[in-house]
Write a protein that binds this ligand. Sequence first.
Ligand code: COA
Length: 403
Amino acid sequence: MTHVQSGPTATQILAWFGADVIKVERPGEGDPTRGQLRDKPGVDSLYFTMLNSNKRGITLNPKTEAGKKIFTRLIELCDVMVENYAPGAIDRMGFPWETIQKINPRMVYASVKGFGAGPFEDCKVYENVAQCTGGSASTTGEIDSVPLVTGSQIGDSGTGIHLVAGILAALLHREKSGRGQRVTCAMQDTVLNLCRVKLRDQQRLAHGPLKEYPQYPNGKFGDAVPRAGNASGGGHPGWIVKCKGWETDPDAYIYVIAQVQAFSTLAKVIGHADWLDDPNYNTPDARLPRLAHIFAEIEKWTMTLGKMEVMATLNPLNVPCGPILSMKELAEEPALRKTGTIVEVDHPTRGKYLTVGNPIKLSDSPSDVRRSPLLGEHTEEVMRTLVGLTDAEIQAARQQGAI
Ligand SMILES: CC(C)(COP(=O)(O)OP(=O)(O)OC[C@H]1O[C@@H](n2cnc3c(N)ncnc32)[C@H](O)[C@@H]1OP(=O)(O)O)[C@@H](O)C(=O)NCCC(=O)NCCS
């Protein structure tokens, strides 16, 4: 019972782990993402196909009489029910948790909502709302500039992944107790969990003045954790610097971490062996007010090399760094294809497309990625073989608009 991104992320991972996931969609309409952000007319969008692989797809309206019976039967038969509709939507269909528990006491019932109990519990929530209300936007962006959302879907996909952890724990608990349970994840909570280090910094601010980078990059702080540009969250000075070709290539940059252990090596490589004997540079405290200058000097060196050359030079010297890789570069990266993290899938109506495979690798249970189902592709099969309907009952359910 999932739509859009958060719920489908969770069930897709379960499907990759081998679960028989049956995606339930509204007859005639389906998940709205089938038609959103289309790149080809009339076929399921990449938004949908990249979030619903390895699932069977049925159409079912639990608000009809026949649909209620079929849905009840599915609750009896299934191990886990996942939903991410607006607060109360499944209750309004006639299936509150108490009813689900009565139908199947072993059921694990998992939900994503925007907020937990509190003033906003009834709100509908999308990705960027969660990023803004979970502490990500207030701590992301240039120093002294506006809050920014990030491209990582920490609210949607992040919450889906958290939900998977809860579902698997509940299944293990059920193995021992014989009872299912309710699993809930709020998107605000997930974003806050992923922004844990910023709540750490909030408390550190209260016990200031703090010297460690990046708490006081400009010496002026209010009473809340500020945006810190590209400073690293771990206390080691780090920044994004230009590489050769930056004038025309928007991704010709690399992140360099000037951590204590690697600083002397880094200084020598960029031609600043003089810093090692200079009291203005040879301790972390002395460097703190000079970080902008230090990274400008690092950048003079990185601008003479391609980002992969910088990586190839610094990595063997144990200077941590990471090139800014574009989506184009990632899509074409052979190593990611080899590990199954980027996968090409064939689809009967849209043809070949790329998707991100299972990022969680199990040694005995490798995941294969199979295409997403067409709307209602497995309705008859599931009604006949799992629910146990006769042809006449299937026909009648169709006439009622139940499937
Ligand atoms: C994502 C979200 C904002 C979308 O809102 P929306 O498009 O208005 O959709 P809703 O969730 O309100 O669901 C719409 C209706 O479809 C109905 N519906 C869903 N599946 C159905 C089915 N198989 N048959 C019949 N009706 C169905 C629901 O019952 C609901 O009807 P109701 O409002 O009369 O009770 C909302 O679902 C939400 O806040 N979800 C929880 C948080 C979340 O997961 N957000 C991130 C999504 S990536």
